[in-house]
Design a protein around this ligand. Structure first.
Ligand SMILES: NC(=O)c1ccc[n+]([C@@H]2O[C@H](COP(=O)([O-])OP(=O)(O)OC[C@H]3O[C@@H](n4cnc5c(N)ncnc54)[C@H](OP(=O)(O)O)[C@@H]3O)[C@@H](O)[C@H]2O)c1
Length: 410
């Protein structure tokens, strides 16, 4: 992130912003910040996938040039809802990629899962800043993203709170002075539960995160600690470190968002109350900062900041993500695709909470370290693994139905 690049983002005219995934948790927090800074930003694109009413409402407030709905069957509803506003209305994946290719100052990548890959990559080519929350993009195709950013000259500013923390305290000009990155993890709702007790966890319990308010998929990932595993892979692609320099530490209070340790023993941390508007605001205002209404830390009332090592036995997803990073090649893409299918099956109550790791592990046992050089190769592996994960799940369902209750419990 050169000084020249950062200088080019300064200016007095409103900065143009596209928000991909505008109806989600990241999207809503972004729109909240944009509402508070109307003179500084002009919205170019708002996209959603299925929540058409929320998109219409947001488009009427923020007046983007284009509103995109992913599902083609919702096009007419969006068109009717925005008639007379002058806002261009489009639908479908190709239209989303085209809208994400409009040249803007900042694109906020708030789509969930590998569905965000193509639009975020389009934004990496055509935006000056890619404010990326959609970590699955870097997990599946980190090398492709970095190559594209190098070509286009765009800056990637991480929105994930841990990576935003590291971005703020890391001296990228002296990578040889960095000893380790420490990603903090709240541990999610089950970090003190026994493995046996986690067998019967319901989707409702898994999405009730103790510290952060987030979409369903990332909430389940946080509960299984796959989220932290994905973040380790994300950190590897964002920062100049080796896999063995990235560590995870459990910090249930979610006040320290991550830390960098240097060769002299100094540890620099970024802190704040857990509210995604802080890292999103940094990405929107970078290289400046903007005021936010985020509740301030009251150090006098912080009686306890605790830290503990993660337990890879009770949380096998974190171990599997580490293995995927070390194995390299297609493994991270595979891990992500299997996890997305398994999480959806868990949310649909087709499989249990602990089955998520079992599905991922089964798919990983059939994986290979083939290097994925193109987006087509990434998409091919992603599609194949989704099918394979689905057949593992179907097998689990059949075994479950066929087995007598007493055997299942034993
Ligand atoms: N939430 C957080 O606090 C947080 C923190 C750090 C990182 N992240 C990351 O940010 C990303 C978004 O998370 P979130 O919690 O905001 O998720 P979310 O609340 O579920 O929102 C996801 C957004 O993506 C859209 N979307 C879903 N499927 C799509 C598809 N196939 N094509 C295009 N758009 C699609 C959704 O549209 P509809 O709602 O209209 O269907 C919605 O706008 C994830 O990668 C997550 O890991 C989130």
């Amino acid at each position: 992130l050169s000084r020249a690049a950062s200088e080019s983002h300064r200016g007095t005219a409103p900065r143009t912003v596209s928000v991909l995934g505008a109806t989600g948790s990241i999207g809503s927090s972004t729109l909240d910040l944009l509402s508070r800074n109307r003179d500084a930003y002009q919205v170019e694109v708002l996209s959603a996938h299925s929540r058409v009413a929320a998109l219409i409402k947001a488009a009427k407030i923020h007046r983007p040039a284009v509103a995109v709905i992913g599902r083609n069957d919702l096009y007419s509803e969006l068109k009717d809802g925005l008639s007379g506003t002058g806002i261009e209305v489009v639908s479908g994946e190709d239209a989303l990629i085209e809208a994400a290719s409009r040249p803007v100052d900042i694109t906020v990548g708030g789509i969930v899962g590998a569905a965000g890959l193509k639009p975020s990559l389009a934004a990496a080519k055509h935006s000056k800043v890619l404010a990326l929350a959609n970590k699955e993009c870097l997990v599946c195709a980190g090398d492709l993203f970095n190559a594209e950013l190098k070509k286009s000259g765009a800056s990637l500013i991480p929105v994930d709170s841990e990576h935003s923390a590291i971005f703020q305290v890391l001296d990228a000009n002296r990578p040889e002075r960095i000893e380790r990155l420490m990603l903090t993890a709240s541990g999610g709702p089950f970090w003190q539960w026994s493995y046996a007790d986690m067998e019967d966890v319901t989707p409702e319990q898994a999405v009730a995160h103790p510290k952060w308010s987030m979409g369903a998929k990332i909430s389940v990932d946080s509960a299984s600690m796959m989220n932290k595993g994905l973040e380790v892979i994300e950190a590897y692609h964002l920062f100049p470190v080796r896999p063995d320099q990235i560590e995870v530490v459990i910090h249930p209070q979610s006040v320290v968002h991550s830390m960098v340790e240097y060769c002299d023993g100094s540890v620099l941390a970024q802190m704040g109350n857990p509210d995604m508007r802080t890292p999103i605001s940094l990405a929107l205002a970078w290289p400046d900062r903007m005021p936010t209404p985020v509740k301030r830390l009251d150090f006098a009332s912080l009686s306890d900041l605790s830290f503990a090592p993660p337990d890879l036995t009770r949380f096998p997803c974190l171990r599997l993500a580490g293995e995927a990073l070390r194995n390299g090649g297609a493994f991270p893409t595979l891990l992500n695709a299997a996890n997305e299918i398994a999480v959806q099956a868990f949310l649909d109550k087709t499989i249990g909470f602990l089955d998520i790791a079992r599905v991922v592990e089964d798919c990983m046992s059939k994986g290979c370290a083939q290097i994925l050089r193109t987006l087509d190769e990434v998409m091919e592996v992603d599609a194949e693994v989704r099918l394979s994960a689905q057949s593992v799940i179907n097998c689990m369902k059949r075994t479950c139905v066929a087995m007598p209750q007493s055997v299942q419990q034993g």
